[in-house]
Every structure is written in structure tokens, then in C-alpha cells.
Design a protein around this ligand. Structure first.
Ligand SMILES: [Ca+2]
Length: 583
């Protein structure tokens, strides 16, 4: 079936659904079909390559507003590698934008680097970085968890930035009002036109096509850009987006308060951010063996739903109906032994997966889907360690007006929630406003992006403990309710079963979703299935030590565009993606 036929069928299905709902008569169905216009914009003109004019001479010739180029130097081919493979010869440009004295008396700037390949593919890639930013991560445009490839390797000109603050200001930069705004969305706004001008100077033409991508906070940057800068980028690669980051962080400390009564009194662990400090060992309330027990129970119920008993649950949505933590996990009859959960443990686990709530019982954040990846180390680190250090820090310094310290185990959730939408004379934008893409409520409106033919590809580890894959799934569903549009015409979501936050877990977490995004934008080929690989023994990008021993080191699976599911075809090796199809 070709693209046009596919689109036509989608339109007919849409009108049929209206007809069944009594909105349209059969005559209207015929009329609708006959007057149908293409539901997607045509592909954008493909980028064409060019060769770098000069590197060291670049600094002298460029005149960029609010920008100081500090250096430019050639990096020879093979001087750097990614996933064990050599990176091409490129020009490394380092600089700063908007250098200023902050209200706290410290020096601030938006630090950046750009890597400009000598053999350029005509495209620009904005690399959104993760966490609290604050460091110029090398602009390699690395892709997927345990990357084998990246935008620079593929010939893109890539920018990376610290989003407006760095070591001396971290982690309390959020107390400085402009630094908050730069982190939230303004650094991307300021860097984007500068980067395009720099590319113009370097190659004699600006980028034909522009892309922005990242995971976690980097995914948030890309999603914010989709809403705020729908004209600036042609493709948006959105990984595990913390697009409602204030609420996700609040859900974390709400979770910590739920786990607290289950934790062993007095049990502590070392504080990873403070070598002399300790933290309450919240994981003592839900230990790794107990998480393995729950993972096994999920597999018993859900593994075969996709046709293959292979230690992976591809049918995530069906599993949420099938699995019942009360019924399917053994209840302890005596002491906890790792193979059972107590009644209070089941109660807390169920509450945490149902999503954080305020004291009126209203949801603060999305539910989390059950997936065997909750046995992954990263899952526990987020739920039990980061919930006590990272999340309260961000809540207190970045998202609240006024800012102030947060005790995660005692903070009042209702009162904290109110501080996200507050403003005052110093902090004129609320934490919500500066972090969350505007227009993201019901429904999501991305008209400017869509109408010009731009595209979005999203992915999310189903076993992500900090940002919920269910939150992303619901966002995609809401996207499709705006003006009756088919979201899949311009945005497609690829859940990654078993994967924790951006990588790891019992998953095939090595993938490149940028290449299919480019094909979609520039050739009109909508991605339906993308092969991902597990990082077993010998993987050049680093081994995922959590893979089950009975998986081959090179297990592959298709990542399937939601709502399709990677389904076993009934014969052939379980280690090979070719024996699965997206259904
Ligand atoms: Ca399975």
C-alpha cells in the first residue's frame, strides 16, 4: 500500500467513525471522501550537502549578535569516536551568547559548541541535553541508549549548549530569574538563529533542513521547541520528554512519602551527591529481589500476549488490563523474603503506579505502566535515591515561586503544587510557564509545525521511573483530538518496552530514530517500524549488564509506532526482529 492509499484509508476510517457516532450520514461520508484533500503536507525539499569553507578563519569573518566566539579548531577524522566508530573531520567552534552579570553577582552566559563537518549533509541538529543542563556536552548528536551513531557522524552540523548556566552556578542557578528562563526555553530560542547564521558563514548557505532532539530534559527541550519554535525546525526527535517536569518531580517526592512507612527504620545509603552524607534507604521498602518478584509476575501474565515468551512485554496496553498486582503477586504470610509482598507494600506499589494525587484525590501526574523493566537498577535509583535529592532540589530552586528548600519526606504536596503557578516581582514567569510547552492541554495544538510539513518522532522507555511513558502516550492521544486530525500524519510515538530512563533495563535500547525522521520529513516516508538492538557482550557502545542471560548478545526487535505492537509471527528465532511485525 502506498502513502496516498494509506492516508485515504485513514481518512475513510475517520469519517466512518463520525458516521457511526451519528455525526455524519452515509451521504456525507461519500461527500467527505470525494472532496478529500491530502491530510498531510507534502514532504519538504530534501537537504543537499556542501563543503566547509574554512575553520580557523571562521572566527574573523562572523558577525553574530550577542555572541562571542572563543575558538575554532579543526578536529581530524578519527580523533573522536562514537560507539567505537570514527567521527569525521570537523570544525569545533566554541562560544558564548548573552554574557551578563546575574542578579546574584555571578557571571552568566549561554555557553555552546558547534561541530561543523567538512563534508556537510546540509542539515542542522540542535542537541538538547539532559538533567539540569549546566555543561556543554560534546555536540555529537548521539542517538538512542548506548549510541552507535549520531548526527555529527551522519553529516549534520550540531550544536550543544549548557542552557545558560555552568559549574559555579549549578545546582542553584534556578534562584537567578534569567537563568531559570534560559534553562526553561529561552536558551534554545537564542541559540537557534545564531547557529543558523554560523552555518551560513561556514558553508555559504544556511541549513536546508533543521532538526532538534534529545532525551529526558533534552526531549523536553525538543517538545517545547515544537510548541514555541514550530517554524524553526523541520523535525523534532522527542525522547522520554519531561514535558511536565514540575509535576513529575512533585510525583517523585509524593512517592517518597508513600514508600517511607515501608522503609527499614534507620537504614541508610551513601548520598551520591555528598561523599560525607547519607540518605534514608527508601529501597529497603521495596528491595531489588521484591522488584524481581513483581517483574516475574508481570511476565507470567503479559509476556505471551505478543505471541512470544521472550522476557519482553510488547503489548503494554493489553498488559495494563491483564496484570493485577493484588492478585498476581504472592502475599507474604510471614516475614518478607523477597518472593512476596506484604499487604501494605502492595497498597503502596499500586498507588505509585496509579499516579501521584493531591489530598483531594486529584491526579498530580500520570500513572505508570506496569512493565518488567521495573526490576532495572535505574528504576530504583530514580524512585528511591533521586526522589530524595534531585527532585526536591529542582522543585525548590527552579519550579517554585518563591523558591526555598524542600524536605522531600515532609513537604506539603498541595501547597507545593500551588507554587508552580505562582509569580512575584522577581520571578515574573511561573515554574509551569517556563518549563512546560505552551498549548499542551486539551487538546494539544501544533498547527504551525504540522501545516508546514514538519514532523515529530517520540520515544519513551516503558519502564521509565521518572517520566511516565503513559504521560507521553496520553499526550499523543490528545494530539489526535485537535480538529479531528490524525496525529499519526505528523507525529509518531515509539514506546521502548523494558527500557528505563532513556536507556538500560531489559530492553533493546540501541536505535537510531533520527534517520527515519529525516526520511519522513524530506521524502514523506512515515516510520512504522524501526529496528532496535540489545547491547549484549561485545557491543561497541557499551554492554547493558542487565540483559537476561538467555538473550542473544545481538537480540533485535522492531520498535513499533503506537498503537501497533511488535508481534511474533509464530516461527523463526526469537532473537531476530525479522520474525516480528508491528500489528
Ligand atoms: Ca513477549
Amino acid at each position: 500500500m502506498n502513502q496516498t492509499q494509506n492516508r485515504t484509508l485513514n481518512r475513510i476510517a475517520f469519517y466512518r467513525s463520525l458516521q457511526m457516532a451519528g455525526v455524519l450520514s452515509s451521504g456525507a461520508l461519500l461527500l467527505a471522501c470525494s472532496s478529500m484533500t491530502p491530510s498531510t503536507a507534502p514532504p519538504l525539499k530534501a537537504a543537499t550537502g556542501a563543503t566547509l569553507n574554512a575553520c580557523s578563519a571562521l572566527v574573523a569573518q562572523l558577525k553574530l549578535a550577542d555572541t562571542r566566539i572563543e575558538s575554532s579548531a579543526t578536529v581530524p577524522a578519527g580523533a573522536l569516536t562514537l560507539g567505537g566508530r570514527p567521527l569525521p573531520e570537523h570544525c569545533l567552534v566554541k562560544g558564548k551568547m548573552h554574557e551578563r552579570k546575574g542578579s546574584d553577582g555571578r557571571d552568566y552566559a549561554i555557553g555552546f559548541e558547534m561541530r561543523l563537518p567538512v563534508a556537510w549533509n546540509g542539515r542542522f541538529y540542535y542537541q538538547g541535553n539532559g538533567g539540569l543542563d549546566g555543561a556543554v556536552v560534546p555536540a555529537l548528536g548521539a542517538l538512542g541508549g548506548g549510541p552507535l551513531t549520531g548526527a555529527l557522524m551522519q553529516g549534520f552540523a550540531v550544536i550543544s549548549s549548557d542552557a545558560g548556566h555552568t559549574g559555579p552556578q549549578t545546582p542553584f542557578f534556578g534562584l537567578e530569574p534569567q537563568a531559570r528562563l534560559d534553562y526553561g526555553y529561552q536558551a534554545v530560542q537564542k541559540l537557534t538563529p545564531m547557529a543558523k547564521q554560523l552555518i551560513q558563514g561556514a558553508y555559504g548557505k544556511g541549513p536546508d533542513r533543521s532538526y532538534i532532539g534529545g532525551c529526558s530534559n533534552g526531549g523536553r527541550h525538543a517538545m517545547v521547541a515544537a510548541a514555541r519554535l514550530g517554524d524553526a525546525y523541520d523535525g523534532y526527535l522527542v525522547g522520554a520528554p519531561g514535558y511536565r517536569l514540575p509535576y513529575a518531580a512533585l510525583a517523585q517526592i509524593w512517592g517518597a512519602q508513600q514508600w517511607l512507612p515501608l522503609a527499614t527504620p534507620g537504614a541508610t545509603i551513601k548520598n551520591p551527591l555528598n561523599p560525607n552524607g547519607t540518605l534514608l534507604d527508601l529501597a529497603s521498602g521495596f528491595t531489588p529481589p521484591e522488584r524481581q518478584t513483581v517483574a516475574k509476575a508481570i511476565l507470567e501474565q503479559c509476556d505471551a500476549l505478543d505471541g512470544a515468551s521472550d522476557g519482553m512485554v510488547q503489548a503494554t496496553q493489553a498488559c495494563q488490563t491483564r496484570f493485577n498486582v493484588q492478585r498476581d503477586v504472592a502475599t507474604c504470610t510471614g516475614e518478607r523474603n523477597g518472593a512476596c509482598l506484604t499487604v501494605p507494600q502492595k497498597s503502596v506499589l499500586s498507588a505509585v503506579f496509579s499516579g501521584a494525587k493531591n489530598t483531594q484525590g486529584q491526579n498530580i501526574y500520570a500513572s505508570f505502566p506496569y512493565d518488567p523493566g521495573l526490576a532495572g537498577v535505574n528504576w530504583g535509583t530514580w524512585k528511591f535515591t533521586d526522589a530524595l535529592i534531585r527532585d526536591p532540589l529542582a522543585l525548590g530552586t527552579l519550579f517554585s515561586v518563591p523558591p526555598g528548600p524542600v524536605d522531600p519526606l515532609k513537604d506539603n504536596i498541595d501547597q507545593r503544587l500551588a507554587l508552580f503557578s505562582a509569580t512575584n516581582a522577581t520571578y515574573r514567569e511561573s515554574g509551569w510557564s517556563l518549563m512546560v510547552p505552551p498549548g499542551q492541554d486539551h487538546p494539544v495544538n501544533l498547527d504551525s509545525l504540522r501545516s508546514r510539513g514538519a514532523k515529530m518522532v517520540l520515544y519513551h522507555g516503558v519502564a521509565d521511573a521518572i517520566f511516565s511513558a503513559e504521560d507521553t502516550r496520553q499526550w499523543v492521544e490528545r494530539l489526535g483530538t485537535h480538529k479531528g486530525q490524525a496525529a499519526s500524519d505528523f507525529a509518531r510515538y515509539f514506546p521502548v518496552p523494558g527500557m528505563n530512563h532513556c536507556s538500560a533495563g531489559m530492553s533493546t535500547d540501541q536505535f537510531d530514530l533520527l534517520t527515519p525522521l529525516v526520511q519522513w520529513v524530506e521524502q514523506g516516508v512515515a516510520p512504522q517500524s524501526v529496528v532496535a538492538q540489545a547491547r549484549g557482550a561485545g557491543n561497541p557502545a557499551g554492554v547493558n549488564s542487565e540483559l537476561p542471560a538467555d538473550w542473544s548478545a545481538q537480540r533485535t526487535r522492531p520498535l513499533c509506532a503506537y498503537p501497533t505492537v511488535a508481534t511474533y509471527q509464530g516461527s523463526g528465532s526469537l532473537e531476530d526482529a525479522r520474525n516480528f511485525s508491528c500489528k
